[in-house]
Write a protein that binds this ligand. Structure first.
Ligand SMILES: [Zn+2]
Length: 77
């Protein structure tokens, strides 16, 4: 799975940990998190739409909507 560290602005591959909790508003929730190998901060999975932007760059991707400034992002090609 791919995760993105907002602190380092980089993406990395990790196995991840599934977090589940009961939200007061939304009820049962779950999400995948992983620890950044660089800074140790808990990171969230890269949204699917973000990954697809790199695969379908002829589908309206204007290059300006990608906010992965770290240089290791797959959406910049
Ligand atoms: Zn980091």
């Amino acid at each position: 799975m791919k995760f993105m560290c907002e602190t380092c602005s980089k993406t990395f591959e990790a196995e991840g940990t599934k977090r589940e909790w009961i939200d007061r508003t939304y009820g049962p929730c779950s999400r995948w998190t992983a620890i950044c190998p660089d800074c140790g901060v808990e990171c969230q999975m890269v949204p699917t739409a973000h990954l697809q932007a790199g695969d379908f760059d002829d589908a309206g991707m204007d290059g300006g909507s990608c906010n992965c400034g770290g240089g290791s992002c797959s959406c910049g090609n």
